[in-house]
Design a protein around this ligand. Structure first.
Ligand code: CMP
Ligand code: CMP
Length: 313
């Protein structure tokens, strides 16, 4: 996707709903709220260290340069929350974006509990990104500490980075069969963690026997999976757009079971192991079920069982 692509408009789930009174169209190429004064909330060294640690884990912050990061850190403010406090009410206009320092929270959409946050993560970006009412309620289930970022600073500094990534991968992720069980919001947060890598024809993407550190989705092109057994090397799978690989070693915590090679020019969407474990929980059962297919495949190809896994729980 080019940087100039129009990425305006609310997400499909918010379309057709009541727009907040302050709905403004979003033009990512215009510098937004340029004239808003810089916000500075002074912090102690101890607070800065805590804030830095909370931000380090968030994908939305990884794309900011040093100056942007420091401006965001200056603007953030600490907020103590008590158990059962509602931090965000679904339907309200968006004021702040929040990053969790510590504590647990439940997420409710139309009064139904759809998930939770456990000691880390962020929330409250949707209403600020799309100028829509809050899409969910967030309720603390323990005493907690969060860091707030005001709407103007969020839009001025973080909006473009946040939009680009989600928009770039959103359509692609909708076409990936393994993710059809994910909710739309889960696909968005998955997009935050993805990054693309390119390989030219014949390049080795992963090598059988090596340690595993990431998971791959085929965005463009084709990938040949080949396995060596004794002196025999055979193609065990041939993947196209929407296919995935590299999950087996991450799940079994074993070495790579096969090698992967680019067929023609290939673009892959990658997810590091930590994000894989955190974000793909809902797909894990489907992936694990597929391990049986791998084993059956190998029996057909090599005429013997290879016992790839002992993790089917
Ligand atoms: P926002 O709409 O600004 O306020 C509520 C927040 O809840 C939302 O941004 C997201 O950050 C977060 N959230 C977590 N899970 C969901 C979900 N399934 N749907 C919508 N929002 C969610
Ligand atoms: P991993 O072991 O991490 O790296 C090699 C990948 O090849 C593996 O994960 C699977 O994603 C993929 N693969 C495709 N077909 C097979 C198969 N029949 N046996 C093992 N791995 C396979």
């Amino acid at each position: 996707m080019s940087d100039e692509e129009d990425i305006s408009g609310p997400p499909p789930s918010a379309r057709g709903r009541r727009q907040s009174v302050c709905a403004e169209p979003f033009n990512p190429n215009a510098v937004e709220d340029e004239d808003t004064p810089k916000v500075v909330n002074p912090k102690t060294d101890e607070q800065r260290t805590r804030l830095q640690n909370a931000l380090k884990r968030l994908f939305l912050f990884k794309r900011l340069d040093m100056e942007q990061t420091s401006e965001v850190m200056d603007a953030m403010f600490e907020r103590k929350v008590t158990a059962e406090e509602k931090v965000i009410e679904q339907g309200d206009d968006g004021d702040n974006f929040y990053v969790i320092d510590g504590g647990k929270f439940d997420i409710f959409v139309n009064e139904k509990n759809v998930g939770s946050y456990n000691e880390e993560g962020s929330f409250g970006e949707l209403a600020l990104m799309y100028n829509t009412p809050r899409a969910a309620s967030i309720v603390a289930t323990t005493d907690a500490t969060i860091w707030g970022l005001d709407r103007a600073t969020f839009r001025r500094i973080m909006l473009v980075a946040a939009f680009k990534k989600r928009k770039m991968y959103e359509e692609f992720l909708e076409t990936v069969p393994i993710f059809s069980s994910l909710e739309r919001y889960e696909r968005m947060t998955l997009a935050d963690g993805l990054y693309s890598e390119k390989f030219s024809d014949g390049a080795t993407i992963i090598t059988q026997g090596e340690e595993a550190d990431k998971f791959y989705l085929v965005e463009r092109g084709e990938v040949s999976i080949k396995m060596q057994k004794d002196d025999d090397v055979k193609e065990v799978a041939h993947l196209q757009k929407g296919g995935y690989f590299g999950e087996l070693a991450l799940v079994t915590k074993k070495e790579r079971a096969a090698s992967a090679y680019a067929v023609g020019d290939v673009t892959l969407a990658c997810l590091d192991v930590g994000a894989f474990e955190r974000l793909l929980g809902p797909c894990m059962d489907i992936m694990k079920r597929n391990f049986t297919n791998y084993e059956e495949q190998l029996v057909k190809i090599f005429g013997t069982s290879l016992n790839l896994t002992d993790v089917r729980t």
